[in-house]
Each structure stands twice: as structure tokens, then as C-alpha cells.
Design a protein around this ligand. Structure first.
Ligand SMILES: Cc1ncc(COP(=O)(O)O)c(C=O)c1O
Length: 443
């Protein structure tokens, strides 16, 4: 598609306070994208950059997908907005039905949000309100996990476990406790798929129950595969054990599937991939291919039906957003799910996974590499930090890859890669070949 050259890059970058960005570094050395198509971004200076991260783990169908572009254009012209409260429009219902049909069996209801962070807040609130609705009002505590990432709102950072996302924001929510993380580098190193060691860490939930009393705990939220902390796959047996303990103590289990949803592991959701069913699933990102903000919480019939009591003219759940189920987002969601289905992208991700895993693990002999992890179309390369300067080495790798035409992402000293599911074998070779060159040149 032709780029609009009448809209040059502004020469004043000061006003925009950029999210999760080293603002001063960026503004001295800007990295601007002005176009995107399929597997590539176009930079302001006309270079092609291979998208090794599906934007931010969201453009699973690749960029500029014609079905999605047309759906948005058509919907914008037909109806731009409809009130989300006490009114409806057909596409929001149609999309909810499509989500129900593609989700694992117990998930029959969909609550719309506008982001992963909002999906997390929504799921936590539904969990506490559900316990009250079934006569378990003393269950208000929430259990998260160290190194967990559940977005940036107060509930999410309270149950989350990444210190920099928490430490400067005050006392957070009360009544929250954390499971230990599952990163055991001495026992699980250079693993393809789920590591062998660590299932026993789920038993820490028993300790937390013994400390607080099960009757005070509403829910436990985890990422089935922890992404933002640097890609940690669940140890074999861990999710099953957590499920069993939650069920035994009446604690709801929430899977935060904001990045694992929509094909990333080669299945619709991680719940299906790992064959462990939570009670609530949070989603966003791949739901609209990242094109328009939208998230959704998937709930079981049991949870939904617990709210459907009392006089029918009364609102059952005092929660929602102005843009919940927005028409243009719904149109984008429908076109996205259709693209995944028509193009067989989840199956494609599953087929590509072994080639992908071989590619990322081929970097094992590169300088500074201390671990490599992979599953589905996710790969992580952990680097030895520079003494006294954590994050600097991986950030330099990110800058060097960008200069060489490849987009990766870093968290701490871990390089995380999660390309669109349309990536080809040749592009996988290019991604890891470039990373090899970069790692070999790093100090
Ligand atoms: C597991 C998980 N939950 C929540 C979020 C937050 O999503 P958003 O940035 O859309 O608020 C993310 C974002 O990466 C995520 O990975």
C-alpha cells in the first residue's frame, strides 16, 4: 500500500510522553514506523523491518489484512458508535457467539473491555462479586504470582509480581498474596516446551490457604505461560496441580491469556493447549489483531448464571466501559476471527513450532546466552547481564537488530520473540540469522 508522504515525521517529539519507553533515549534516536504490511514494518527512512514480535504480541494475522481493513472501513461508514449500556448492536452479539464457539467448552459468556489491563480488572471484580453472589462474601482475597504481568491498572499491578511495575505506586490493593514464580534456571535450562521441574511450586497455594483460610480467598490469577517477565513455560504438572487445589478450596482460577490467546501456542487458548480449564479467561491483543483496542473476559455458564438473579429490570453487574463492544472493534474482531479460521493460522502456528524451536535453540552457542526457552511461536533468549548494568546488553541487541532490519523485544536481559503466525521458514531463518550476527557483535 502506498505511504502518505504528505504526513512527514514531526520534528518536535517532546509532547508525547511515551509508555514503557526510555523517552530521552528514544527522542535522541527515534525509531519511527510509518507503514506495515504482512510481516514487515516500513520505517520513516524507507527501510523494511521484519516483525519478530507481532507488534506487541497482538498482530497474530500479520499487518494490513484485507478482511480486517475492509470490515473497519465498512463499519465506520455504517455505524460509528452505539451506546454500550442498555442498548446493543448486532456485531457485538455475533462476535460473542464466535468467541464462545472457538473457546473451550465451559466458556459460554463474554464481557467486553478495551485492553488486557481492563480484562484483568474485570475478571478480578467478577470473581469477587461471584463469590458474594453464591453466598461466599468473605472470599475477597486475590492470589497472584511473583514475576506475573497482568497489565498496569491497580488490580493488575497488585496481583502482578514485577517489582518495577509496583514499587513506586504506593500500597496497591490490600488482601493480595503471591505464589512463588516458576523460574528455576539451575534445573530447567535450554528447554523446548514445558520444563520438567517445578510442579511442586503450585503446592505453595496450600501454604497460602493455610495462612489466610480458604474462606477468605476469591481467586488465583496466573498467566499460563508468563510472557512479559521473560517467557516462562509452566512446568509439567504445575497447572493441573493448581487447578486441583483451587477446586478443592472453592477458589476461582483465572488464566490471563492476553498473549497466549488466539493461536500463539498453536491452539485457540493456552487452556486448550495445556488441557487445563480455568474459571475465567482474560483476552485482548489478538482478538482484533491489535488493530483496534478491544479485550474480553470469557466466563463459564456457572459464573454468569450466578449473577442472573433478582428482578429482571435491575442491572446484574455494575461494571462496564463506554467502549465495551464498540461497533468498529466488534467488526474488527469478527474479521480477525474469520481470518484466523479461513487462513488456518492456529494450525499453521502449531506446524511451524518445531522449525521455530530449532531456530531459536540454534543460538545456544552465541556469546552471552545463558538460557533459551520456546513453545508454540514464542521464543526467549536470556543473556548474561553486564555486571552492574542490568538490561543494557539486551537493549543494545534490540537497537542493533532494528538497525539490521528485525524487530525483537526485550524485558530485562531477556530477548522475547513472538512473530505473526503467518511467518515463513525463510523469515524465521532471517530473524535468527540476524540475531546471531548481533549477539556475536555484542560487548
Ligand atoms: C498477560 C498480560 N496481561 C495483561 C496485559 C496488559 O494488556 P494491555 O497492555 O492491553 O493493557 C498484557 C500485556 O502485555 C499481558 O501480557
Amino acid at each position: 500500500m502506498a505511504l502518505d508522504r504528505s504526513n512527514p515525521v514531526p520534528n518536535d517529539l517532546s509532547a508525547f510522553w511515551m509508555p514503557f519507553t526510555a523517552n530521552r533515549q528514544f527522542k535522541k534516536q527515534p525509531r519511527m514506523f510509518v507503514g506495515a504490511d504482512k510481516m514487515h514494518y516500513t520505517t520513516a527512512d524507507g527501510r523494511q523491518v521484519l516483525d519478530g514480535t507481532a507488534g506487541l504480541w497482538c498482530c497474530n494475522a500479520g499487518h494490513n489484512q484485507p478482511r480486517i481493513v475492509e470490515a473497519i472501513q465498512k463499519q465506520a461508514a455504517e455505524m460509528d458508535y452505539a451506546p454500550a449500556f442498555q442498548m446493543g448492536h448486532p456485531k457485538a452479539f455475533e462476535l460473542a457467539n464466535r468467541l464462545r464457539d472457538m473457546a473451550p467448552k465451559p466458556f459460554e459468556h463474554v464481557f467486553y473491555t478495551n485492553s488486557g489491563s481492563e480484562s484483568v480488572e474485570t475478571a478480578l471484580k467478577i470473581a469477587i462479586a461471584y463469590q458474594r453472589a453464591i453466598g461466599q462474601g468473605s472470599r475477597t482475597r486475590l492470589i497472584g504470582r511473583e514475576r506475573g504481568y497482568h497489565g498496569v491498572n491497580f488490580g493488575g499491578i497488585s496481583v502482578g509480581g514485577i517489582v518495577n511495575n509496583r514499587k513506586v505506586f504506593g500500597s496497591l490493593l490490600t488482601g493480595v498474596d503471591h505464589l512463588p514464580h516458576t523460574h528455576l534456571p539451575d534445573q530447567n535450562r535450554f528447554v523446548k516446551g514445558q520444563p520438567e521441574h517445578g510442579a511442586h511450586l503450585a503446592e505453595e497455594l496450600e501454604r497460602i490457604v493455610a495462612l489466610h483460610g480458604a474462606e477468605t480467598i476469591a481467586a488465583c490469577i496466573i498467566e499460563p505461560m508468563a510472557g512479559s517477565t521473560g517467557v516462562l513455560m509452566p512446568p509439567k504438572g504445575y497447572l493441573e496441580k493448581l487447578r486441583e487445589i483451587c477446586t478443592r478450596h472453592g477458589i476461582l482460577l483465572i488464566f490471563d491469556e492476553v498473549i497466549t490467546g488466539f493461536g500463539r501456542l498453536g491452539s485457540s487458548f493456552a487452556a486448550e493447549h495445556y488441557n487445563v480449564m480455568p474459571d475465567l479467561i482474560t483476552t485482548a491483543k489478538g482478538l482484533t489483531n491489535g488493530v483496534i483496542p478491544m479485550g474480553a473476559v470469557l466466563a463459564t455458564k456457572e459464573i454468569h448464571d450466578a449473577f442472573m438473579q433478582g428482578p429482571e429490570h435491575l442491572i446484574e453487574l455494575f461494571h462496564g466501559y463506554t467502549y465495551s463492544g464498540n461497533p468498529i472493534a466488534s467488526a474488527a474482531g469478527l474479521a480477525t476471527l474469520e481470518t484466523y479460521k479461513q487462513d488456518g493460522l492456529f494450525e499453521r502456528a502449531a506446524e511451524l513450532a518445531p522449525y521455530w524451536a530449532d531456530g531459536v535453540h540454534s543460538l545456544r552457542d552465541c556469546p552471552h546466552v545463558i538460557d533459551i526457552r520456546s513453545e508454540g511461536l514464542i521464543g526467549a533468549v536470556e543473556l548474561e547481564p553486564i555486571a552492574g548494568e542490568p538490561t543494557r546488553r539486551a537493549f543494545q541487541a534490540f537497537l542493533d537488530c532494528y538497525d539490521k532490519g528485525v524487530l525483537i523485544r526485550t524485558t530485562g536481559d531477556i530477548i522475547a520473540m513472538s512473530p505473526p503466525l503467518i511467518i515463513s521458514n525463510g523469515e524465521i531463518d532471517q530473524l535468527f540469522g540476524t540475531l546471531r550476527d548481533v549477539l556475536q557483535g555484542l560487548k
